[in-house]
Design a protein around this ligand. Structure first.
Ligand SMILES: Nc1ncnc2c1ncn2[C@@H]1O[C@H](COP(=O)(O)OP(=O)(O)OP(=O)(O)O)[C@@H](O)[C@H]1O
Ligand SMILES: [Mg+2]
Length: 444
């Protein structure tokens, strides 16, 4: 796309000549004779380079420069100065001008300066986006040398940049969200938003409006128009977490959105369109859910183009030493603690129903409880080993809330963190279970 320039000079002939020449060079050029007329333009369009005469009738070029920087900090401003205004030119540089040229200037010289300003701007933008990406990439690190894990990582890299939906299956705590983020940050969408929505965590009636937005008056309490997350994710990635929990009625709308990119805000008749990459995760076996009539087959097929199946930790125990080392360094970067051979052996024979998340917690607890340089088996408090005594440990004088929390935790552990099963055992809805998990801050 051609760069967009803004030229402000009160000498009409000079301005005309310059604008004509720059347009011929292929730039998009806007112009005005006064600073006052330039301000509305700055509020309306993004400019790459602005060229201001320092002497203008009312508001001068320096003031315009300052205004410009507060409206559009990234625009590169060139100042044109007359004789005897070098000091002002230097002042201009101090308040953020890219460069200045003395009048009468040579047109080729001006063009060269514009090119430099554009290059400078591009470089800055590139640095900025690299900085952002590096920061985000540092926020998540994926550890694993296991062959299956590596295969999935490679597949993730290969499909990251494409637009096709991706379905991520895996038990709780295996790293589904981590993979969803990898798909985003390893793609050209990295600088665009990554927006997550958990179908299990919201009451059914709010989910649609959260996802697609609503218009004023769509339902009681809808006091004004509201954008949905689909719109917030425009250009980036929409992560549909716990997709298996999505109500069937909403599944129909999601399918339509996946097929056409179109949707309606709740209560609206207008179609809207956005471009988002959809990544969905589930810890249920969707094929079984389809067979049971809980999940739409057409939506399943639509999402199943690329499937990442993250293996449970018990099937990739060869990664235990690496992961443990990673979590120890993460918690205590300065202290070199290690697992004792006994502790390691216990971990090797443990099943990890809560997968990597559970391992993380076990390591953190081990670090906290260990006294010397090594974490001993006893410091791990592995649930299997303490389960029988755990219940006896529930203090008699505890509140009902405390008891509820402990009971939910035990049930979750017992059913390997399968929330559907846990909800069944507890006799509550999955949604209700999610609420309690959040309320009590329960994690595997
Ligand atoms: N391979 C890995 N390397 C490093 N950390 C990992 C790895 N896999 C998972 N983790 C960490 O384990 C925790 C759980 O991961 P994540 O939230 O992605 O799991 P999940 O599959 O989405 O779980 P749930 O089904 O409960 O939502 C996170 O803190 C994540 O950073
Ligand atoms: Mg998750």
């Amino acid at each position: 796309m051609a760069a967009r320039l803004l030229v402000v000079d009160d000498e009409e002939d000079l301005l005309e000549l310059l604008v004509h020449r720059l347009k011929r060079k292929g730039y998009n050029v806007d112009y005005s004779l006064t600073a006052e007329d330039a301000l509305p333009l700055l509020k309306k369009h993004y400019y790459d380079v602005a060229i201001y005469d320092i002497r203008l009738p009312k508001m001068d070029g320096i003031t315009l420069l300052k205004e410009t920087k507060s409206i559009q900090p990234d625009v590169q401003v060139l100042i044109l100065t007359g004789h005897g205004t070098i000091e002002t030119a230097i002042e201009a540089m101090k308040v953020g001008a890219f460069d200045y040229l003395a009048k009468p200037y040579n047109l080729s010289e001006l063009e060269l300066t514009i090119t430099k300003a554009l290059e400078n701007k591009m470089l800055k933008e590139k640095n900025e986006s690299m900085r952002k990406i590096i920061k985000k990439q540092n926020d998540f690190e994926m550890v694993g040398q296991n062959r299956r894990f590596q295969e999935i990582l490679h597949l993730t890299e290969r499909v990251a940049d494409s637009d096709v939906p991706v379905l991520i299956e895996g038990e709780s705590g295996t790293g589904k969200e981590l993979f969803a983020k990898a798909l985003h940050y390893w793609s050209s969408r990295a600088e665009e938003p990554f927006v997550a929505i958990n179908s299990g965590a919201l009451p059914e009636h709010l989910l649609e409006s959260e996802l697609f937005g609503h218009v004023k008056g769509a339902f009681t309490g809808a006091a004004q128009d509201k954008k949905g997350l689909v719109e917030a994710a425009n250009g980036g990635t929409l992560f549909l977490d716990e997709l298996g929990e999505m109500p069937l009625v909403l599944q129909v709308k999601l399918l339509r959105f996946l097929e056409t990119g179109e949707f309606r805000r709740v209560g609206d008749v207008r179609e809207r369109r956005v471009a988002v990459r959809v990544v969905a995760a589930t810890n249920r076996d969707l094929e079984k859910e389809v067979a049971a009539g809980h999940f739409r087959q057409d939506l399943y097929y639509r999402l199943n183009v690329v499937k990442l199946t993250i293996p449970p930790l018990r099937e990739r125990k060869d990664d235990l030493p690496l992961l443990i080392d990673f979590f120890i360094k993460k918690s205590m970067p300065d202290i070199a603690k290690t697992m004792s051979a006994d502790a390691m052996a216990e971990l090797q024979s443990y099943e990890f129903p809560g997968n990597v998340r559970e391992l993380h917690h076990i390591v953190e607890r081990g670090l906290l409880l260990s006294k010397g340089q090594t974490i001993e088996a006893a410091d791990l408090l592995l649930p299997n080993h303490s389960r029988s005594s755990e219940f006896a440990d529930v203090p008699c004088l505890c509140s009902l809330d405390e008891l509820e929390r402990l009971h939910i935790e035990r049930v979750l552990n017992q059913v390997e963190w399968n929330k559907t099963k846990a909800a069944e055992v507890l006799g509550i809805s999955v949604r209700n279970l999610y609420r309690k998990i959040n309320q009590y801050d329960i994690c595997g």
